[in-house]
Design a protein around this ligand. Sequence first.
Ligand SMILES: Cc1ncc(COP(=O)(O)O)c(C=O)c1O
Length: 386
Amino acid sequence: MPNYGSRDVCMVRGEGARVWDADDRAYLDFVSGIAVNNLGHCHPAVVKAIQEQAAKLIHTSNGVLLEPQIELAELLCRETGMTKAMFGNSGCEVTEGAIKLSRVWGREGFKESKHKIMVFTGSFHGRTYGAMSATYSPKVRKGFDPFVPGFVFAEFNNIADVDAKWDDDICCVMLETIQGEGGVRPATTEFLKGLQVRCRERKAVFICDEVQCGMGRTGKRMAYMHAGVQPDVVPIAKALGGGFPIGGLLARGEFADVFTKGRHGTTFGGNPLACATALASTKIIFDDRFLETVWHKGLKLNSLLQAIAAEFPDLCDHVRGIGLMQGLVLKVNALDIPTLARKHGLILNATAETVLRVLPPLTVTDGELEEFGSKLRATLGEVKTG
Ligand SMILES: Cc1ncc(COP(=O)(O)O)c(C=O)c1O
């Protein structure tokens, strides 16, 4: 179907921060499959886990105990302050899970009408009906109404608007800790703390969607850790499986037991192959020394982008982001720039009309950061001279 537009390049292999097309042309990949290949392409530990698990057990049903699933759940919960995990296959599926969990919690714990979900301007939570109803972007929503009822939009990073829109029927507040599709916009620490306080006081589930910004991307295990908050429910996906599809729904305390027997489920979610792969990838990413290197590389990337922004003042407005999730905000439309960048051997992404989203693998080297700088300068040089 033509939903991904015309695709004029065919990628056939990858290694680290690099991919090669069918004509054996190399590209530096600074999108990482949109924050999926956090260990780069074909990391040996990920490849080995897939090969070994595939030879042992690929799939059974969720009606039995599965060692990789248990080990992955334990690792994720231990390292994120959560209590229990459930697995799905994608980001939208686990954000759907977060919404469903919150409604059951609100209704059965408090009152029948406690069902409303507070979400935010600029948000993106996925393309299925619940997740899309939580998504702000008119482009994503166009033509698909009527939406799931009960979603209330407040202005991102505006706590006064949260208070103005709040009523007693709100059962949860869900936000991306750093909006990805919305243009790499971090929630402020004050905003996150303000939401946490309100959720605790007014009895609502505090959900940080870490599908894009989690799993080490910002130099901490989860992006909310920078703000010192502890959400109740956290959907993760994308980088969780090191390139293999898997999503996770993490919940703490009482929220971990809302889905009683038969309340929610999925055929493939948490299957042994996906979990063994995710386990191999997560063990590397959750290492403190590894995360420390991500943080420092994030600072370097940010400085590099600031320098480039200063060199192209007619094109560039400012740089924002945390760790290795950075956005170069342009004064011009950015949507055609990735095609131009590809001619210079650089894979880049544009979002929210004017933002170049920069998501290198967390394993990126200093040399690759420099190479990225040269390729981006060459690309922007062409935009400038038309
Ligand atoms: C923050 C966030 N939540 C949810 C999703 C949906 O994930 P998926 O595309 O795996 O369904 C995305 C995808 O980009 C996302 O960025």
